[in-house]
Design a protein around this ligand. Structure first.
Ligand SMILES: Nc1ncnc2c1ncn2[C@@H]1O[C@H](COP(=O)(O)OP(=O)(O)O)[C@@H](O)[C@H]1O
Ligand SMILES: [Mg+2]
Length: 415
């Protein structure tokens, strides 16, 4: 027992590079949101009617962009502020944030919403539509308005039954309510097309007008975002400018990365952990670029495998791989269809002055890349024309992998 207490005491007293590690957790809400003024302003404009004429209309907005571009953060902070403003004007407007990767259908979503609003509705033994209408009745009784943010909305679109999708995206076409209490923020990863293609055309064109795009971050932007966290998370002087600069350049969309702030923060956090370990063992007291390199090497061993594998491939097979990575990076999607890859491949060939191979050869290369475990594929039903193949890549960050590929392509073409 005493030994355990001593262990706890000594762990607490142990010197650390961190002042407050929680600042680096993904769910931490920073006091300042950087570079999202445009998006916040657009949200304010779109939701203004909810404050000025509550209940007159139901506002629906789509936030979309690649992972780590601040969609979740922006939505949460906007929701918090607009409900404060509403409250100061005597309007009960609540913001509820639901993650659809946890709550995949209508019942799950309403259940989370009612819990976070502390509304008591027994949800056993009634259908999802009944639950929805009881929920709306209670909002009426409490005179409450709602901004319901559905994060990772693509999960809902791909897993919820059609009637649930219909009820959510066309709530007030289904239910004739005079006072419209529910407003929506749909948050989706990737391009807005992935949402438009999966909702009806009326909703699609409505969302097209209310679309707030999130662009991947540039290196200079990531620098500022990281610097804010460094100042709050670490002891002064522990993380040098060169380290922040290195991570930002590695992650910036305009340099070699994919513009993902979440990943950049995770690398910073992991590098800090390594420095902490060194400190405990009496070595360095600072976070160094070498710590960052160690993190990368640990995190992406598959990149090393990929490089070994490239020696077995011919030039055009590598160009196909390049086209795949390019198409994934451009679209921000997890998987891209073969048709997109083919178009990108033709462009890649054109740029290099290479004659592109024919469709069947390209398909054979894709299958070979899959066989070698370099890419992953999945098939999905595509209307009446049968199955179509989608390709994904999970071995390493796209930016880093593309950079390596370019170096190899250059060598092959010279050699
Ligand atoms: N503009 C920003 N300013 C400060 N921190 C940011 C900004 N954008 C993203 N972050 C941080 O980066 C991480 C990822 O952001 P998040 O909102 O989860 O991205 P997304 O939802 O687009 O995947 C979070 O830790 C978030 O706090
Ligand atoms: Mg998110």
């Amino acid at each position: 027992m005493n030994e355990l207490r001593e262990l706890i005491e000594s762990e607490i007293r142990r010197p650390s590079v961190f002042v407050d590690e929680s600042v680096l957790y993904p769910e931490f809400i920073p006091p300042v949101i950087r570079y999202r003024d445009k998006q916040l302003k657009q949200l304010v404009e779109l939701f203004k009617p909810v404050i000025l004429k509550p209940g007159a209309s139901s506002v629906k907005v789509l936030l979309a962009g690649p992972v780590g571009t601040g969609k979740t953060l922006t939505s949460i902070v906007f929701g918090r502020e607009i409900s404060r403003v509403a409250e100061s004007r005597g309007i009960k407007l609540k913001y509820v944030h639901v993650n659809c990767s946890r709550s995949k259908n209508l019942v799950g979503i309403i259940r989370e919403a009612k819990d976070s609003l502390c509304l008591h509705i027994p949800d056993r033994g009634i259908s999802s539509n009944e639950l929805l209408s009881v929920f709306l009745k209670l909002l009426n009784r409490e005179n409450t308005y709602l901004i319901l943010a559905l994060d990772e909305f693509e999960y809902f679109l791909s897993t919820a039954p059609p009637e649930d999708r219909h009820a959510i995206v066309r709530m007030y076409d289904v239910l004739q309510e005079d006072v419209k209490r529910v407003n929506m923020i749909f948050i989706a990863r990737g391009s807005p097309a992935s949402v438009w293609s999966r909702v009806d055309s009326v909703t699609g064109s409505y969302l097209m007008k209310n679309f707030v795009p999130f662009e991947p971050y540039r290196a200079s932007e990531l620098y500022t975002i990281l610097k804010d966290r460094v100042d709050a998370a670490f002891h002064q002087g522990v993380v040098g400018e060169e380290v922040i600069d290195y991570i930002s350049k590695m992650s910036g969309h305009d340099t070699s990365g994919d513009g993902n702030a979440r990943k950049a923060l995770a690398v910073l956090h992991a590098a800090g952990k390594l420095a902490d370990k060194d400190l405990a063992e009496g070595r360095t007291t600072r976070v160094t670029i070498d710590h960052v390199r160690q993190v990368i090497a640990q995190e992406y061993p598959a990149l090393i495998d990929l490089l070994d594998n490239l020696h077995y491939l011919n030039l055009h097979e590598i160009l196909v791989l390049k086209a795949i990575l390019h198409a994934l990076k451009e679209s921000g999607l997890d998987y891209v269809p073969i048709s997109t890859i083919e178009a990108t491949y033709d462009k890649v060939c054109e740029e290099l002055g290479e004659e592109p191979r024919k469709h069947t050869q390209l398909y054979a290369y894709v299958m070979d890349l899959k066989q070698r475990g370099i890419i992953i594929t999945k098939t999905s039903l595509k209307g009446r024309r049968g199955r179509s193949t989608y390709v994904g890549f999970g071995a390493a960050p796209l930016g880093a992998a593309l950079q390596k590929l370019d170096a190899v392509i250059k060598q092959l073409r010279v050699g």
